[in-house]
Design a protein around this ligand. Structure first.
Ligand code: F0G
Length: 460
């Protein structure tokens, strides 16, 4: 017998009109943007899959919480609400609000990282790595080798290679390694989860060598969903039980609340250790604001508290990740090469396979992003040679192994009909892929060039 199909556990109460312009408009607009999707005006985009960060739709309960936000400078009621939700769901006693995820990294790392420190992890996110390297410390990626193979189907491609972690300890000595950063789910690895078994194994090595285990928790709820679905032992546990288990192994976390707390802006640090909390507090006050607001409005903290309860329900996660899967399957059916398994928050198109003839020096994933915009008004983001930047010494491009176009899906924002449009657009690009020309950079900033680079089409 057919099972009852799933559907969103909500109905739409407020809408925002989006506009479809014409193909001719888009050809002109992307040319004016010098082929950089970041330079487009958002209202010239029909479906925006640039990021799932801060782009989700809040619930009526979150909006109601905003109306009750307490804007007191110190001792705000909304801060206590946020702290209570973090205490009860994640188990951290100490909480510092920050204005977003990278701000949490800045505060925590200011308190504990020094020049020459080593910070192992599973493919650190760009801002995390940036904040580590900014302090002249070194980030080392210990992801399992299966995580790097785009055509390999493995349930937990975000997992840590415990042997690799132990050899880092052997090589540098644990006194040089104050923390291990575990990113759940692993964004740089394609939105891939980490299993509870692996979390536990990482924690054991950390305990043995007195290394603090810190979660980069941006998409922790999505990670918990994958544990429930893919780790047999937990198939009957609730999402909140799994979340509690996951965090029971962590000494602390940094959080970008723009993802799994489903707010448009915000972040926090969660900690167990009073001493680290005290050290972080000083930096929080300097960089972010007083301890009970740290760069956030009271109303935003109130919405964040509610968002954490909403994202840690099975019904929400099933429809959220179900939508990502829906898009992934559609693309696959149409013969578009995608990374598997699909991530929690995004589907990644393999541009090297999509445009096999194109030299990586001509930015195939960027070309794919430009053409998808022209075809359907859809914006994705390049995770390839443009993002990978130049070698700081010889200034040559350093084309990465994976040349990808990421289609990140905002939470509770688009319907599956929108996903149909995305798939249709990519198919149209596929049909004329033999005729596509590469791009050439005409301007680039010395670092983080992808945001502001300018391009021209080759052969024009
Ligand atoms: N950690 C992870 C895993 C992230 O994905 C991000 C942001 C951050 C930290 C930084 O948080 O943006 O609030 O300062 N990721 C966004 C993205 C930008 O599009 O993937 P933030």
């Amino acid at each position: 017998m057919d099972a009852m199909p799933y559907a969103e556990p909500y109905k739409i109460k407020m809408i925002k009109t989006i506009r479809q312009n014409t193909r001719e408009d888009r050809i002109k607009l992307i040319k004016e943007a010098e082929y950089n999707l970041f330079a487009l005006n958002a209202d010239d985009i029909y479906i925006d899959l640039l990021t799932d960060s801060g782009t989700g739709a809040m619930s009526d309960k979150q909006w109601a919480a905003m109306m009750e936000g307490d804007e007191s400078y110190a001792g705000s009621t909304s801060f206590r609400k946020m702290k209570n939700s973090i205490n009860s769901l994640l188990g951290f006693e100490y909480v510092l609000p920050t204005h977003q995820g990278r701000a949490a990294e800045n505060v925590l790392f200011s308190a504990i990282l020094k020049e020459g420190h080593i910070v192992p992890g599973n493919a650190h996110f760009d801002t995390t790595k940036g904040h580590i390297e900014f302090r002249k410390a070194v980030a080392i990626d210990c992801t399992i080798k299966e995580g790097k193979d785009p055509n390999l189907n493995h349930p937990f491609k975000g997992n840590v290679d415990i042997d690799a972690f132990e050899s880092v300890i052997k090589q540098y000595g644990s006194e040089k390694i104050p923390i291990f950063i575990l990113t759940i789910t692993c964004n740089s690895g394609g939105g891939q989860p980490v299993s509870l078994e692996n979390i536990k194994a990482v924690a054991e090595v950390c305990r043995k060598h007195e290394i603090k285990l810190i979660f980069d928790a941006a998409r922790f709820a999505e990670n918990a969903y994958f544990i429930k679905k893919r780790e047999d032992k937990y198939k009957n546990s609730t999402i909140r039980e799994i979340v509690a288990q996951m965090f029971s192994y962590a000494d602390g976390c940094t959080m970008s609340s723009k993802k799994d707390a489903i707010v448009n802006m915000g972040g926090f640090i969660g900690l167990r250790d009073a001493e680290i909390y005290r050290k972080c507090s000083t930096f929080n006050i300097i960089f972010e604001g007083y301890l009970t607001y740290g760069g956030m409005s009271g109303r935003d903290m109130a919405a964040l508290a509610q968002g954490l309860y909403e994202s840690t329900t099975f019904e929400y996660l099933e429809s959220r990740i179900g939508q990502t899967e829906y898009l992934g399957k559609l693309l696959k059916e149409r013969g578009i090469p995608v990374l598997e398994p699909f991530g929690g928050h995004a589907v990644y198109v393999n541009a090297k396979e999509f445009l096999p003839e194109m030299d990586q020096e001509h930015y195939p994933a960027q070309v794919l992003g430009v053409e998808l915009y022209i075809e359907a008004g859809v914006r994705g983001v390049e995770i390839g040679t443009v993002l990978a930047d130049r070698d700081p010494v010889n200034r040559k491009n350093r084309p990465p192994e994976l040349e990808l176009l990421r289609l990140a899906i905002p939470r509770r924002t688009y319907t599956n009909n929108h996903m149909d449009v995305v798939a249709w657009g990519l198919q149209k690009v596929m049909e004329r892929r033999d005729k596509l020309k590469g791009l050439e950079i005409t301007y680039e900033a010395p670092i983080m060039r992808h945001f502001t680079a300018k391009f021209k089409r080759l052969g024009n």
